[in-house]
Ligand binder design. Structure first.
Ligand code: ADP
Ligand code: 5GP
Length: 230
């Protein structure tokens, strides 16, 4: 499809990079790694669940009461929210607005229900990645080794892992987290590929077209994908 200079996008929107997985597959570990290596802003969710040992308010989650969460739902303060493992979790709408308005790339560690809501609302700005464990036995080992949940909570998480896995079809990419470094490399590659996609780079071509047109000012386009990482 040909785009005229005046109708094409002139500015790049931010990317909404969603990572989901069954609990224990390593999504939080990987999300932190790729956010760091790719300079993605990690979206800190709101939750009604109690902090685990070592978790910090406003760093891992914003821990709120049920009443506070309900008030935010009523005030339309969430871009998406869902009940997961019996607690409520939600993404603040201002994180998404900031991504879309000033081009900041955000990373969302959210479940499949949240992923679906983001995809439905921002189909062209979202990239959805599902992290798979190498096996169900290894998933169970990781949940037990993490030792942050009670045996009851671990049993509950395993029971719903299958239901979570059934939603892999909603995602653009599947990454197996067997070797952590390899999975991290694959996530880096996905972010870099997305940053080179036509949807995100059309504004660069449009700048060159403007320069090439009679009377166009000189322009040097710089891709935003050049972020150094290991
Ligand atoms: P999730 O956020 O998906 O629930 P976590 O990131 O908390 O999972 O990881 C669950 C546990 O598995 C943690 O103890 C983490 O250190 C460990 N882990 C993550 N990735 C790997 C991997 N590739 N190999 C072995 N252990 C891993
Ligand atoms: P955990 O309690 O282990 O930190 O997270 C439980 C699940 O909730 C994970 O699958 C995590 O991705 C998901 N989650 C965390 N924050 C959000 C959020 O803001 N929205 C949704 N929909 N899910 C979330």
């Amino acid at each position: 499809m040909m785009m005229s200079v005046n109708s094409g996008p002139t500015r790049r929107s931010g990317m909404l990079f969603v990572i989901s997985s069954p609990s224990g597959a390593g999504k939080t570990t990987l999300a932190r790694m790729v956010a760091d290596s790719q300079k993605l802003v990690f979206s800190v969710s709101y939750t009604t669940r109690a902090p685990r040992p070592g978790e910090r308010d406003s760093v891992d989650y914003k821990f709120v009461t049920d009443d506070e969460f309900s008030r935010m739902v009523e005030g339309n303060e969430f871009a998406e929210w869902a009940v997961v493992h019996g607690n409520r979790y939600g993404t603040a709408v201002h994180a998404v607005n900031r991504a879309l308005e000033d081009g900041t790339d955000y990373l969302f560690d959210i479940d499949w229900q949240g992923g679906q809501q983001i995809r439905r609302q921002w189909p062209t700005q979202s990239v959805l990645v599902f992290i798979l464990p190498p096996s169900m036995a290894e998933l169970e080992r990781r949940l037990r080794r993490r030792a942050t949940d009670s045996p009851d909570a671990i049993a509950r998480r395993l029971a719903i892992a299958k239901r979570e896995l059934e939603h892999y079809g909603d995602y653009d990419y599947l990454v197996v987290n067997d070797n952590l470094d390899r999975a991290h490399q694959q996530l880096n590659a996905i972010v870099e590929a997305a940053r080179c996609s036509r949807a995100w780079c059309a504004h660069l071509a449009e700048q060159l077209l403007a320069e090439a047109s009679p009377g166009g000012a000189g322009a040097t386009v710089t891709p935003l994908s050049a972020v150094p990482h290991d």
